[in-house]
Ligand binder design. Structure first.
Ligand SMILES: NC(=O)c1ccc[n+]([C@@H]2O[C@H](COP(=O)([O-])OP(=O)(O)OC[C@H]3O[C@@H](n4cnc5c(N)ncnc54)[C@H](OP(=O)(O)O)[C@@H]3O)[C@@H](O)[C@H]2O)c1
Length: 399
């Protein structure tokens, strides 16, 4: 039985809290701490009174000293960071100072530079090893489950993996002309950046959203998919030995992209501060304030997500293709935990990663990505905790 400090109280945190409460044999006590305490209290009001004891607190996670004080007060066994990527390093510093395990779902990026990379967090490896604590990076769906899928393919089905295509389809409709399914600032920074894929030992850059294909997804249907850079490409290129090519694809509708183009053209997606009525504001942060809160999309979103990996390589001297994916229904997710499928598919793997660490199944001092561990217990837990997966040994391939 363990204590978890959950930092953040947004869409993903809401799912993590629900899932921890569904597993009182592992999570005896949790503390929900975030910038806006009323959101933590609202979650406690909804889920308190059960076997898992819930506490709440206000914290500015950019401030390591505040996080250290909170950890010293609550004495958790693990910190689950589901705030924003900007807080990763300050929370890791607090974990180092207090010798507490760490988990997150998105890699560090500086608020002033829209460029995420693992370099910052991998730099903590030796210090975590010496402190005898573990950090599990990117334990959401993508990154997260996609890395576990690749490790599972490698362990069970391939002698050599040559190509990985990660396909992320969202067939959900929330009825708004334009909204993002998770934090709009993080989401738009990711989409408006250059595309990038890994080939033959190096990354190849492409202009934003310039590489487009179509794919027919199980239970979601025919969709336009666009090549994006995504953080798991960096760790999979290192951890899947011998891989020659890795690409990441995401679905976007023409309507979504038209809105995005207009917002970009008028300067609303910029992260460069401007003066407005005597106050400095960041246009993208202002845009976030006027867009629908992703946490409010739950009741309105209908349809399914389908996220998975197509892996190509060699087994017993013969070519083999393998597709492993999960389908998640927005309405079913909402009925269970009050959030749409994007938050659900991120929050469930965060809880599973924490659970495997706390049970000692995935536990070794240092800083790791999910694909560095035995995928089997994670794959089993996905089936048990709401994200069952399917396999196809004759998938349609992307050229
Ligand atoms: N791996 C994946 O598959 C995946 C998919 C989706 C999202 N994610 C990641 O999941 C994380 C959470 O996403 P989300 O959609 O839940 O975002 P969200 O709804 O915007 O929630 C973020 C939460 O963090 C809190 N927060 C922000 N800055 C803070 C600070 N300095 N100190 C304390 N709390 C702070 C926010 O507080 P306020 O309420 O005061 O704003 C909010 O409660 C993000 O890092 C995102 O990149 C990962």
């Amino acid at each position: 039985m363990a204590k978890a400090l959950i930092i953040g109280a947004g869409g993903v945190a809401q799912v993590v809290v629900h899932k921890c409460c569904q597993n009182p044999d592992v999570f005896e006590e949790i503390m929900i701490a975030s910038r806006t305490k009323s959101k933590c209290d609202a979650l406690k009001a909804k889920l308190g009174g059960g076997p898992v004891k819930i506490h709440t607190a206000q914290v500015d996670a950019d401030n390591t000293v505040e996080v250290i004080a909170l950890i010293n007060e609550f004495k958790p066994d693990i910190v689950i960071n589901v705030a924003l990527p900007y807080q990763d390093l300050s929370i890791m510093d607090a974990c180092l100072a207090t010798k507490v395990h760490y988990l997150d779902t998105a890699n560090y990026e500086h608020p002033d530079t829209a460029k995420f990379e693992y370099k910052w967090q991998w730099d903590y490896k030796e210090r975590f090893e010496k402190a005898g604590i573990m950090a599990l990076l990117g334990s959401g769906f993508d990154p997260g489950v996609t890395g576990v899928f690749c490790a599972y393919a490698q362990k069970h089905y391939f002698d050599e993996i040559h190509t990985i295509d990660i396909l992320d389809a969202n067939g959900g409709d929330h009825g708004y002309p334009f909204a993002t399914n998770f934090n709009p600032e993080i989401n738009i920074r990711e989409i408006t950046a250059n595309g990038r894929y890994y080939e033959n030992g190096k990354f190849v850059e492409t202009p934003p959203l310039s590489v487009k294909k179509e794919y027919n997804f199980d239970q979601v249907g025919q969709k336009d998919i666009y090549l994006l850079y995504h953080e798991e490409l960096e760790s999979l290129a290192v951890n899947i030995k011998g891989v020659q090519k890795i690409r990441f694809w995401m679905t976007f509708s023409e309507k979504y992209l038209t809105h995005l183009r207009v917002l970009e053209n008028v300067g609303m997606t910029s992260i460069d501060p401007i003066m407005f009525e005597g106050k400095e504001i960041v246009p993208l942060q202002f845009l976030k304030a006027v867009l629908p809160d992703p946490a409010s999309l739950g009741p309105r979103t209908k349809g399914k997500t389908n996220i998975g990996c197509i892996v190509q390589g060699i087994k017993d001297g013969k070519p083999r293709n393998y597709y492993v994916y999960n389908i998640c229904d927005h309405q079913e997710a909402y009925q269970e935990v009050g959030s749409q499928a994007i938050s659900y598919t991120t929050g469930v793997p965060a809880m599973i990663g924490a659970m495997l660490m706390l049970k000692g199944i995935w536990m070794k001092p240092g800083v790791y990505n999910v694909e560095e561990f035995d995928p089997d217990p994670f794959m089993e837990a996905l089936n048990e905790h709401g994200l069952p997966w399917q396999e196809n040994f004759d998938p349609v391939l992307l050229d």
